[in-house]
Each structure stands twice: as C-alpha cells, then as structure tokens.
Design a protein around this ligand. Sequence first.
Ligand code: C5P
Length: 220
Amino acid sequence: MTIIAIDGPSGVGKSSVSREVARRLGYAYLDTGAMYRAMAWLALERGVSDPHDVVELVRGAYLEISTDPDVSSVEIDGHDVTEAIREERVSTSVVLVSGNQEARAELIEQQQDLIGAYAEPGIVAEGRDITTVVAPQAEVRVLMTAREEVRLARRAKELHGEADEAALAATRAQVIDRDKRDSETTSFLTAADGVHTLDTSDIDFATAVAAVLELAERAG
Ligand code: C5P
C-alpha cells in the first residue's frame, strides 16, 4: 500500500507531475482541487453563496471523479464539468467552498475515502493539504514549490498559450491572489515536518517526475 501526497501552490506543475508519477507506477491519481472546483461550479450554477447553503450543497452533491491518470473526468449531479471547472469564474469563486471549514471537512472525508479505496497498489493525491491533513500518513510526502515568476509564466502559457505582458497580467489574479487567499485556510507555503520540498523553478518536467519517483522508491 502506497500513498504519495503532493501539495503546492498553483502553477507549480503538481498536476502534471502527479499524473505522470501515477502513470509510471500504475497507481491511481486524485486531483483534490478538481473536487473543490466542481463544488464551486455547482454553487455558481445554483446561485448559492451563503456559507450554510454551501455546506448543504457540498453534503448533498453527487461527485464522480476519475482516478485514472489517463482519463480526466469530473461529474457533479450528472453534469460533466471536466472542462467547465477550469474556467476563470470557477477559479475566482472556489474560495466559497475551500474557505468554508464545514464544506472542507466534508470534502476531506470524501478524499480520505477515495485514497483508502485506491491505496492498493497505490495512489498519488495532490492538492494543498494532502501532506498535512488529508493523508499525513502517506509514505511519500512532497511539497512542490517554484519562484513566483516561474509559476506565473507557467500558468500564463497554460491559459493563454504564451507568457507575454498581457497574459502575465491576466494570470496574476488567478495565481498570486488565489494563493494568498488559499494560504489563509491551508498551509502549503512551507513544508511540514517530514515533508520533502521539491523546488521546480530550475528543473524540467522529467527531472521533477524522476525526483518524486526516487522518493517513492526509497520509501518502498
Ligand atoms: O489545484 P487547483 O488550483 O485546481 O485547486 C483549486 C482550488 O481548490 C484552490 O485554489 C484551493 O482553493 C482549493 N483546494 C484546497 N485544498 C486542496 C486542493 C484545492 O483548498 N487540497
């Protein structure tokens, strides 16, 4: 049984690295951010913003998320929201859910159930609080970091296809402001005890993947 927990801020590359590590090891993959995003999408869809209503919505929603690293699929209450949850309006509203402690508690329980169900042969779970709250017992715990300008450029390229001035400005709110708000609820800016820090500022994708695989090998 192996759990690989990966946390980090936005634009650090944790989703692509986590997915690839899962593929290479034949493990399941869990994108916990997608779960928060799906709930935020539903809250927007239903026009719900009152904190108590958000909790009720999260408790009552039926979420289905693919744990196959080769298949991206997120469905909520029968809506396929795989693409829609990446929209900017969802990124800016996700704090409605992630900043709500009761809603978090519900999602954390769902995440722990999924991790438990796929821990054989293994699962790579990524987010903001996996190494500390969701799965602190994970055999491998990694905090991915990268300098702010590097994260900005990566996300700008992903969202706009390039990292020119306009793209960087448009991306700033998504990356920097969201991280600032997120760090008020979850602690992912410095590594907790026993968590390895992987600074990806000056290394490429393959090297980051190899570093996590090496940690997994050492742990196993
Ligand atoms: O990882 P991603 O950027 O898709 O996450 C979207 C949002 O979900 C984050 O900005 C954060 O508010 C929330 N989140 C969280 N805890 C996690 C994963 C994501 O609060 N474990």
